[in-house]
Design a protein around this ligand. Structure first.
Ligand SMILES: [Zn+2]
Length: 384
């Protein structure tokens, strides 16, 4: 990966501050990071020389002490990155610049969920996205649901795709000739929020997703929690649903058994004896007041709210961000979710604010791109 040069102990902190909060005057970087003006200058000079940072030409900008300044910003075209989200049937991709602005988007159908079929779809998406920017693309991030070992570039297990022990980062890198990394999709989304979203100014936060699966990404003590065994924040398999409901993982009573899109769809189909209903029909029925559909959303909301209370009680985040495909229908869950959350949070934990994030599959791909940007920003020893 084409990482920033690390020439001083402050390089990474200074670049990260410019990345997440720029354009920023040097004096403001110094104030925000607690570094001396000299340390900031020492860190910034090589970043300017390597082209990762530019002096932003905004003549109106002034520092907090009132002098006109040339604030520093990330050079957006110094590196482009590609983010990929793999779902069971489609592969979504974006190419962004170094500031995470989307420059191109593409998606392709997977010819199946085998490793070969998904790899072929990823290569088609990458080929479309790199067109016209061949030299600029520094890395590819791939996000998918499941137990993903980011450090080893391996999918340990993905129930959604039926994969086990797949070294997918290496396969993507070999097939495209571009350095690639792999991460769990919810952790990738958490990285976007951390660098560019609601988590920019939070000491800690949780991202909870509702949709195909129910996931939770955690940012605690200055890092996105990876989990010693690659698994952390798997709220989808906490046992808070009624025990007669069977989860796709094979166990009973998991949160996802009541709250995943597939689970809710099958519960409404069964309850109304209408096996042909689509999830769109289910949303429409619930909005129209159908008691079966509303009951299924009430149950899902209650189960998610209980799981969320468990997360907040255990980890004490400053805020919770709600994302995922079904966030657009949050109103159908909200009353029951909030009631369960209020019931099970302990003491002041119940004051933890919940922020909604509108969401598409493209946002998952953007999360994968953010992981690559984070990797670039993590730096490499100059000359190394
Ligand atoms: Zn389960």
């Amino acid at each position: 990966m084409n990482r920033i040069p690390v020439t001083s102990p402050a390089s990474v902190a200074v670049f990260r501050r410019i990345l997440t909060h720029g354009p920023l005057a040097r004096v403001d970087i110094s104030r925000d990071t607690g570094l001396s003006a000299a340390a900031v200058t020492k860190a910034v000079t090589p970043l300017l020389a390597a082209g990762f940072v530019i002096e932003s030409p905004d003549p109106r900008a002034t520092s907090t002490v009132g002098r006109p300044v040339s604030p520093l910003a990330v050079a957006p075209d110094r590196a482009h990155v590609i983010g990929i989200k793999v779902t069971a049937d489609r592969t979504y991709g974006v190419r962004t610049d170094l500031g995470a602005t989307v420059r191109a988007r593409a998606d392709e159908e997977n010819a199946g969920s085998s490793v070969g079929a998904v790899l072929a779809a990823v290569v088609r998406v990458v080929d479309r996205l790199r067109a016209g920017a061949e030299d600029a693309v520094s890395g590819i991030g791939v996000a998918l649901s499941g137990d993903v070992d980011r450090a080893g570039g391996q999918v340990r297990e993905s129930a959604l795709l039926g994969w086990q022990g797949v070294p997918f980062a290496q396969l993507v890198q070999e097939a495209t000739g571009i350095p690639a990394l792999l991460d769990n999709d919810v952790r990738a989304l958490t990285t976007t929020e951390l660098l560019f979203g609601a988590g920019r100014d939070a000491e800690s936060f949780a991202v909870v997703t509702i949709g195909t699966g129910t996931g939770c990404g955690l940012y605690l003590n200055g890092r996105v929690v990876q989990g010693a065994f690659g698994v952390a924040g798997e709220i989808g398999h906490l046992p808070f649903a009624p025990t007669h409901l069977r989860c796709r993982c094979g166990r009973h009573g998991c949160v996802e058994a009541a709250a995943s899109t597939a689970a809710m769809l099958s519960l409404v189909r069964e309850g109304r004896a209408q096996p042909d209903l689509s999830i769109g029909d289910v949303f429409a029925l619930a909005h129209a007041g159908d008691p079966v559909a509303r009951g299924v959303f009430a149950q899902a909301g209650r189960v998610i709210g209980t799981a969320l209370a468990a997360v907040v009680n255990l980890t004490g985040p400053e805020l919770v961000v709600f994302a995922g495909e079904n966030v657009t229908e949050y109103g159908l869950y909200e009353e029951h979710l909030r009631a369960a959350f209020a019931e099970y949070t302990f003491g002041a934990a119940g004051d933890c604010p919940i922020v909604l994030r509108p969401h598409t599959f493209e946002d998952w791909a953007l999360g994968a791109a953010a992981c690559v940007i984070e990797d670039i920003a993590s730096g490499v020893a100059a000359g190394g």
